[in-house]
Every structure is written in C-alpha cells, then in structure tokens.
Write a new protein. Structure first.
Length: 210
C-alpha cells in the first residue's frame, strides 16, 4: 500500500531528502510516476500555495517545498509516459525592462512549474519587444509580467501595448504581479489577471485552463 499522504506531507514540510526517498520507494512499490505526481505532489503544492496566500507559510518555507518538488520531479521525469509528461500549458514569464528584481518571479516560476506547466523564464530587464518575440517563438498560453518598482510599473503597460501591436494579444492571457502592482492597475493596463503572490499566480494560471 503506497502512502501518498506521507509524500504530500513531506513535500509540504520541504524535506527534499526524505521526499526523494519516499518517491523512490513508491516507484519500487509499483506506483506509476504519473500517479505520484498527480495524486501526491501537485495537490501538495496546491496546499502550499493556499497556505502562502493565507499567511500560514512564508517565502523561505515555500521555497523549500518548491525545491523539494523539483527534486522529486527530476526522479519522475524519465518515467513519465508521453501522455503523462504532457504539460498543462505553457507560460512565458519575465521581469519588465528597467527592473532587475527576480526573487518573486523565480518563486512564481517554481510554483507554476510545480502545478504542471512548462515555463519559459526570460529573466530580468526584459524589453517589450523581447516579450513579443518570445510569444512568437514559444507560443505560450499565458504571459506573466513582474515589476517590483513603482518606476517600472509603466513598462508593464508598454509591454502589453507592444504585444497588441505585434498581433499577439488574442492568443495569450496576460497576468501581472509585484509589490507595487494592484488589481485595479492590472485592469487599467488591460491585463487578464493580477496575482498578489506566487500561490495566487499558480491558481490564476490554472483558472485559465479550467
């Protein structure tokens, strides 16, 4: 009998070493990689995201869980069948031009990947044109714009304008986030959604596919 609850609880504690042991034991016990991923790991990260939103978990704890998730996924990847390995969708993410902050963006990336999405991280100081080129190259479903400075918030608006001018707006959902960003600002600049933190971002991305 495979104890999926133990895997989920260990993930939520952020104990990567113990988690990898449990994942290997589950596989040796006959569990399929997709079952471990979908029954124990992804639901566990969903709870981590919810706890982050409610303030029951803080960034260092969330990072530990996300890193433990990454370690577990590395074990499962080679064993996932074609159907199981298919991601839920693709997300392009980056911090807008003029802004060099990446901790929040990196955490969002980890949470979205943990939810089963493929993420193309463009890094920091990403120009509007780079976002447009990335949409044309990678054909994502969602684009995430991050800004941590009030002075770079306007660049989000310029980036969305460039995506519209580039003829790419219809094919993607655009989400925005970062310390100075608000839901009202997101609506004003024409974004499809706003996320206050990484847990909310993961939930928002998933909502587009439901």
């Amino acid at each position: 009998m495979i104890d999926y609850n133990a895997i989920t609880e260990t993930l939520m504690k952020g104990d990567a070493e113990r988690l990898t042991v449990l994942v290997r034991e589950a596989l040796e016990g006959g569990a399929k990689a997709g079952e471990v991923l979908n029954t124990a790991l992804i639901p566990g990260m969903d709870v981590v995201g919810q706890k982050m939103e409610t303030g029951d978990l803080f960034i260092p704890e969330v990072l530990m869980s996300a890193q433990a998730m990454s370690a577990a996924v590395e074990i499962l990847k080679p064993l996932l069948g074609e159907g199981e390995a298919a991601t839920s969708g693709k997300v392009v993410i980056g911090t807008v031009k003029g802004d060099l902050h990446d901790i929040g963006k990196n955490l969002v990336t980890m949470m979205i990947e943990s939810a089963g999405f493929e993420v193309v991280d463009l890094g920091v100081d990403v120009s509007p044109q780079q976002f447009v080129e990335a949409i044309k190259t990678h054909q994502p479903d969602v684009v995430g714009l991050s800004a941590l400075l009030t002075t770079t918030m306007n660049m989000m608006q310029q980036t969305i304008a460039a995506i519209v001018a580039g003829g790419c707006r219809e094919r993607v959902k655009i989400i925005v986030g970062g310390a100075p960003v608000t839901e009202r600002f997101a609506a004003e600049i024409g974004a499809d959604g706003y996320a206050a933190d990484a847990g909310a971002a993961s939930k928002l991305v998933k909502s587009f596919f439901n």
